[in-house]
Design a protein around this ligand. Structure first.
Ligand code: SAH
Length: 229
């Protein structure tokens, strides 16, 4: 895929919360790794720098919070791999005045990253317990621009539509029509599509000002399925 957009050699590490030396140095190590792999979008890197991933993982996996792997969370779901979070955030090309819709809150990690890059982040999760835990984390991090809803995200969130950006963090078999309808003209949607876990690709879909839809594939990915109710 195309490599990242911007160069900025001087970004500093300022933790948003008091953290242990270990967690902080592991976070710095992960950010260095992401930069080396080609992610040099400073909006994404500074959002990740300010978001303690250890807060979003289960106690038992805390020492692996800064490994570049997906980890299990409640209800048989997963928190995405940090490099995938970074690439998806980059691909979405979020700007500070935008309203962004996320489908699949999960742990809330991806939502927390995007919330630092946009004006308002709407996120939908079908599992009530996961949503409650994510909401608690948003409060802890004082991310007051996140609005949550329990429900079937494949139907979108009509009341607040349209959205300049939509991100889906569970794999669909096709792009849900409601989400395309709720994407603003000029908008971008990033969504994993695939018939099975072993055969998924990340798509970036653009809605032109005249309503024409174009799409491109970015990379192979592995996501839990988008379950419609
Ligand atoms: N963005 C998450 C990763 C979530 S994994 C993070 O950063 O941790 C995918 C999530 O999508 C799961 O929590 C799953 O319960 C949720 N999900 C699956 N189908 C859904 C649907 N139709 N509507 C809303 N959420 C859904």
């Amino acid at each position: 895929m195309t490599r990242a957009l911007q160069h900025n050699e001087s970004f500093c590490f300022a933790p948003a919360l008091p953290v242990t030396g270990d967690a902080l140095s592991n976070r710095i190590r992960l950010l260095m790794k992401l930069r080396t792999s080609g992610i040099n979008d400073t909006r994404v890197l500074s959002a990740m720098e300010n978001t303690p991933r250890e807060l979003f993982v289960e106690e038992a996996f805390r020492e692996h919070a800064y490994d570049d792997t997906a980890l299990p969370i409640a209800s048989g779901q997963t928190i995405s791999q940090p490099s995938i979070v970074a690439w998806m955030s980059w691909a979405l090309d979020v700007h500070p005045r935008m309203r962004v819709l996320e489908i699949g809150t999960g742990s809330g990690y991806q939502a927390a990253i995007l919330a630092r890059m946009c004006r308002r982040l709407y996120t939908i999760e079908r599992h009530r317990d996961l949503l409650a835990q994510a909401e608690e984390r948003f409060r802890t991090l004082k991310l007051h621009n996140i609005v949550t809803k329990r429900g079937d995200g494949s139907k979108g969130w009509k009341e607040a539509a349209p959205y300049e950006r939509i991100i889906v963090t569970a794999a669909a078999t096709e792009v849900p029509k409601a989400l395309l309808d709720q994407l603003a003209p000029g908008g971008i949607m990033v969504i994993p599509i695939g018939a099975s876990v072993a055969d998924q690709s990340l798509f970036r879909i653009r809605k032109q000002e005249d309503g024409t839809i174009t799409s491109e594939t970015l990379m192979n990915v592995r996501f839990v399925p988008l379950v419609s109710e």
